[in-house]
Design a protein around this ligand. Structure first.
Ligand SMILES: [Zn+2]
Ligand SMILES: [Zn+2]
Length: 323
């Protein structure tokens, strides 16, 4: 058994770049670090506990969604803020919130992350801005989460600062312009989050934009950054049997199975252009079979993917039975 002073000294030796102040020890005990009735510690137990906390962090899955409470417990961080420092797990957790209209942008897989400070000019030496600025040398691990729905945090991975932070003009929460610091950060691994998550977020934002007046829209459209954001995402591709697709088009003989009109144009080799569509979507467990496949004109195909009207679904299901 050793007392707190000895424990601090031993931990500093074991983890040379970490802080073990009495306050940090108190937080560790509060987070579950073993302490004995005498108020003393067993070094092995403490080291085991620190390793256990790290294994919880290492067990986070890229692309999975975590709640705020889960992250507070795993990282031992406070329950709010865009950048949260944990002395207990020696980490910095940064959050990029895409539920707001204006937010951090990805350019070629680098996230341009806006630092801390909601109003007034941001100070790069203030709070966690400084921690992130020095993160390539201070031994602190930085983890990134993005929210596409409020309260749901998608794990993007451990990240590092990949270029010098730079200043930009952005509106604060009070609506007035100020200087902010932008940190170019990039995940350490090439594991990307699902394309669908990004697309749904894009649609949600367009839905929000639809609530504005045409004057407000024009103002915001003119203010918008003209450089389009870009990031690599992962997508699941369903393989479709080429014989089923071709049979379906041949069967349809140039006539759309939904609107019963002729294909609107011919393809390059002069065949009527129709697209094959699965009535029950493959992504929702539908079968790749002749019964579940129809040939649609591009308009009707889009309509099925946007509206998927049950009456249309029913009429398409009848189609194959009638031939
Ligand atoms: Zn059609
Ligand atoms: Zn389709």
């Amino acid at each position: 058994m050793i007392d707190q002073k000895e424990l601090q000294a031993k931990l500093r030796k074991e983890y040379y770049n970490r802080v073990f102040s009495p306050d940090v020890i108190r937080k560790m005990v509060k987070a579950g670090m073993p302490i004995h009735f005498s108020g003393n510690y067993v070094l092995d137990e403490v080291v085991q506990w620190i390793d256990y906390k790290q294994s919880e962090i290492d067990g986070l899955e890229i692309g999975s969604i975590y709640t705020n409470n889960e992250l507070v417990e795993i990282f031992v961080i406070s329950n709010q803020g865009g950048m949260r420092r944990s002395h207990v797990t020696n980490s910095l957790v940064i959050f990029s919130d895409h539920t707001k209209m204006y937010d951090d942008k990805w350019y070629e897989n680098i996230l341009h992350y806006t630092g801390m400070g909601q109003n007034g000019n941001q100070d790069i030496m203030f709070g966690q801005n400084k921690t992130l600025l020095e993160s390539n040398t201070n031994g602190i691990s930085v983890y990134l989460f993005e929210s596409f729905k409020s309260g749901k945090h998608t794990f993007v991975g451990q990240i590092k600062l990949v270029a010098e932070p730079y200043q930009a003009t952005q509106k604060g929460q009070d609506g007035s312009e100020r200087l902010v610091w932008i940190f170019p950060v990039q995940p350490l691994t090439d594991q990307f989050i699902e394309k669908e998550i990004i697309e749904v977020n894009q649609e949600d934002k367009e839905g929000e934009a639809a609530k504005l007046s045409i004057e407000e829209l024009k103002k915001k459209a003119l203010e918008a950054n003209q450089k389009p954001g870009s990031r690599t995402t992962s997508a699941t591709t369903y393989e479709r049997d080429p014989f089923i697709a071709e049979f379906t088009k041949r069967r349809a003989n140039g006539i759309c199975d939904l609107c019963n009109l002729h294909a609107p144009f011919n393809n390059k080799i002069g065949d009527p252009y129709l697209e094959s569509h699965h009535i029950e979507w493959l992504s929702k467990g539908g079968e790749d079979s002749i019964e579940n496949t129809v040939a649609l004109c591009p308009n009707c195909h889009k309509k099925m993917h946007i509206v998927n009207d049950l009456r249309d679904v029913r009429s398409l299901k009848e189609k194959y039975k009638s031939i």
